[in-house]
Design a protein around this ligand. Structure first.
Ligand SMILES: Nc1ncnc2c1ncn2[C@@H]1O[C@H](COP(=O)(O)OP(=O)(O)OP(=O)(O)O)[C@@H](O)[C@H]1O
Ligand SMILES: O=P(O)(O)OC[C@H]1O[C@H](OP(=O)(O)OP(=O)(O)O)[C@H](O)[C@@H]1O
Ligand SMILES: [Mg+2]
Length: 283
């Protein structure tokens, strides 16, 4: 049995539960239970506050954990990043009152900075040769300059709207973050095997992200030109249609290029174009 530490509630919780469902891990939804075993896979989920996840993995209370990279780096615990998960993307940035004139990082010399991330902040300041004071608070960081608690802040930014509503501007991006799967460095061979199966399934879900399955009918004369437009995994599948001189073509394409490719396909005489979602892809 592999024990996975997951945030009990908050931003990471929803995305993590969705990932479990996509990789076919069923959990009985017993409310307020802090440890739940899967009914169809040898894992159990331990629900914790995100702050406690890195240490629980380092200590072996949990074998692996899903946590924001920001929290993992801040805690500086002995665990390894096994996989980047691509959700809960944000950045850790320095921000100052918007009317301040900012010419560079030397602005922070001698200043007081409110943050929940003292370790990451102090490491950055030291590297830049800046001496400033970090005032540690655990939440509502953006309000600190407005109430005279600090001159600046160092906190999570995503859309930037919290900064705007608190009359702040982002001036330095110190780190980019996303959810990561972290693991205890000394997993037994049995646990490592379960983790490998888990990561294989995550890979299949990630490979399918942003990809679409496309089916179309094409005149045989234009098949070569259409193949040149379709960026298939290996090469497109081509099957003859009952209609003389026509074929059905199947391929996979990146969603981002969808409109650009569709235009070219139509001009090459493609008809009956169907675009379908792909759930999983095993290469
Ligand atoms: N606005 C955001 N956009 C995207 N990701 C975010 C955002 N805010 C936070 N995150 C990411 O989600 C993680 C969890 O954020 P959340 O606000 O749920 O944490 P928390 O309040 O510390 O929760 P807990 O009660 O578990 O300590 C953060 O560490 C960060 O990696
Ligand atoms: O750039 P934005 O898109 O505005 O996001 C940034 C905000 O999101 C997080 O807070 P959250 O909303 O999770 O509230 P919290 O204080 O309860 O953690 C974070 O602490 C920032 O305050
Ligand atoms: Mg927290």
């Amino acid at each position: 049995m592999l024990r996975i530490a997951v945030q009990s509630k908050g931003r990471l919780y929803e995305d993590t539960m969705e990932l479990f469902s996509e990789i076919g891990i069923k959990l009985s939804s017993a409310k307020r239970t802090l440890l739940i075993a899967s009914t169809n896979f040898p894992v159990e989920v331990l629900f914790l506050r995100d702050d406690d996840i890195p240490q629980s993995v380092a200590d072996g209370v949990a074998d692996v954990g899903i946590v924001g990279e920001n929290e993992f780096v801040e805690r500086n615990e002995n665990a390894l990043i096994e996989k980047r998960l691509g959700f809960s993307k944000c950045r850790l940035s320095l921000a100052i009152p918007k009317e301040e004139d900012y010419k560079g990082v030397s602005w922070f010399e001698g200043k007081k900075i409110a943050s929940s991330y003292p370790h990451i902040l102090n490491t950055f300041l030291k590297k830049q040769g800046i001496s400033a004071h970090c005032h540690v608070i655990t939440g509502s960081v953006e309000i600190a300059p407005g109430i005279g608690l600090s001159d600046a802040i160092f906190d999570i930014v995503s859309s930037g709207s919290t900064l705007v509503s608190n009359h702040l501007k982002e001036v330095e991006v110190v780190m980019k973050s996303e959810a990561v799967l972290i693991g205890n460095p000394e997993l037994s061979a049995e646990k490592r095997e379960i983790l490998n199966e888990l990561m294989f399934r995550i890979d299949a879900v990630q490979a399918a992200e942003g990809k679409k399955y496309i089916l179309l009918n094409a005149p045989n004369d234009n098949i070569e030109d259409i193949i040149a437009v379709l960026p298939g995994i290996t090469s497109p599948t081509i099957m003859p249609l009952a209609k003389e001189g026509w074929s059905s073509m199947h391929s996979v394409l990146p969603e981002k290029r969808f409109w650009e490719i569709i235009g070219k396909l139509k001009s090459l005489g493609a008809e009956g174009i169907l675009v379908l979602p792909i759930e999983k892809m095993i290469m």
